[in-house]
Design a protein around this ligand. Structure first.
Ligand code: ACO
Length: 321
């Protein structure tokens, strides 16, 4: 059967790391409050010259190096972001040019924190249908640029970064590697719980992130538990078959609550929210890259990726490495 197989992964972070204590010097907050409520201890913030496209390029190049191939062997880029360099052209096309690629489809998808799951699902469908052979799937964000630094309830929770997968269409056995099952959801009626208060067609300004944190929390746990169950059922697996969950890194308490709903412990959950904070569409591939490079995620293992974000949008994908 034809499946999309992960053949390389990479990530990139801005140069500047900002600790909770440093943040507390300019925002009315404390290290203790941020740690207790979210598990975050630090985040990376893009500086001058660092943009969503440059972070995406660095993550993508690292993924290409990991796969042992060059951009010449790629024929699709799908990039997830809610913080593109410009309204258009798509950041994916900018990354294509920065990497020296030409003449293949490259486009952005916007599903906020679950953007990487949407991008992976889209690329997987295009690879399995034969539209492309080898895809770069990227999640990249500079959320620091849409934060209201006067709103302490949101600005302490986010960071910048990028992560990338190289996916290849391969003919594999049933129990072989690749994406096994994916489910994506959206429920637009909850748009006002997590949104940006501007845009090209409304205010003409970029706008700032607004969030009703408590309500987002409640929906996140219920939606994620639901979609994880659906993907496991589609794939014919039990929760106990999962070697690693690589969740969207929004908040340690959401990760904990979701794992418990599946009857799993935090021992099988990859956690990077403490170091990276919430990097939106970048968080799943960033966390995956950390756990793959440090040797936790091994070939042959079953890995569940999952995310939920503004919209609401949410999704999960089960793959064998
Ligand atoms: N520092 C100190 N105090 C603060 C801060 C801060 N940074 N932010 C808020 N507070 C205060 C509030 O003013 C409030 O004070 P009051 O009781 O005197 O009015 C108190 O802390 C409690 O505020 P709440 O917002 O009720 O705190 P809560 O316990 O709900 O935690 C949080 C807030 C962390 C945002 C939580 O609701 C949450 O994790 N929600 C999930 C949202 C999320 O992770 N979103 C990410 C994007 S969506 C996604 O990725 C899934």
């Amino acid at each position: 059967m034809i499946r999309s197989v992960l053949i390389g992964n990479g990530s990139a972070l801005p140069a500047q790391c900002v600790s909770n204590a440093e943040l507390a010097e300019r925002v009315d907050t404390s290290d203790e409050w941020i740690r207790e409520r979210s598990g975050i201890t630090q985040r990376y913030i893009a500086g001058e010259g660092e943009t969503t496209a440059t972070l995406a390029r660095d993550a993508a190049q690292a993924a290409l190096d990991d796969a042992g191939i060059t951009i010449a062997e790629i024929d699709l880029i799908v990039l997830a972001t809610a913080t593109p360099d410009n309204t258009f052209p798509a950041t994916a096309t900018k990354v294509q040019a920065l990497l020296g690629g030409a003449n293949f489809p490259a486009f952005d998808v916007a599903a906020v924190c679950s953007g990487f799951l949407y991008a992976l699902g889209t690329a997987d469908a295009m690879l399995r249908s034969g539209i492309a052979k080898r895809a770069l799937v990227i999640g990249a964000e500079t959320f620091s640029r849409i934060l209201d630094w006067e709103d302490r309830a949101t600005c302490v929770l986010f960071g910048d970064g990028a992560g990338a997968f190289v996916m290849e269409a391969q003919d594999v056995a049933e129990d072989g590697p690749g994406v096994i099952a994916t489910r994506l959801h959206a429920e637009g009626k909850h748009g006002e719980l997590l949104y940006v208060d501007g845009g090209p067609s409304t205010t003409g300004e970029v706008g700032k992130l607004r969030m009703k944190g408590r309500e987002v929390f409640r929906h996140a746990v219920a939606n994620l538990a639901g979609v994880l169950g659906e993907v496991l059922e589609d794939a014919g697996h039990e929760p106990s078959d999962i070697d690693w969950i690589v969740p969207h890194q929004a908040n340690l308490r959401i990760l904990d609550a979701t794992a418990r709903k599946l009857g799993l412990t935090m021992d099988s959950v990859v956690v990077t929210v403490d170091r990276h904070a919430n990097t939106s569409a970048a968080s799943v591939p960033l966390a995956f890259d950390v756990a793959k490079k440090d040797g936790r995620i091994q070939p042959g293992q079953l890995v569940m990726l999952e995310a939920m974000g503004g919209g609401f949008t949410w999704g999960a994908s089960l793959l064998r490495i």
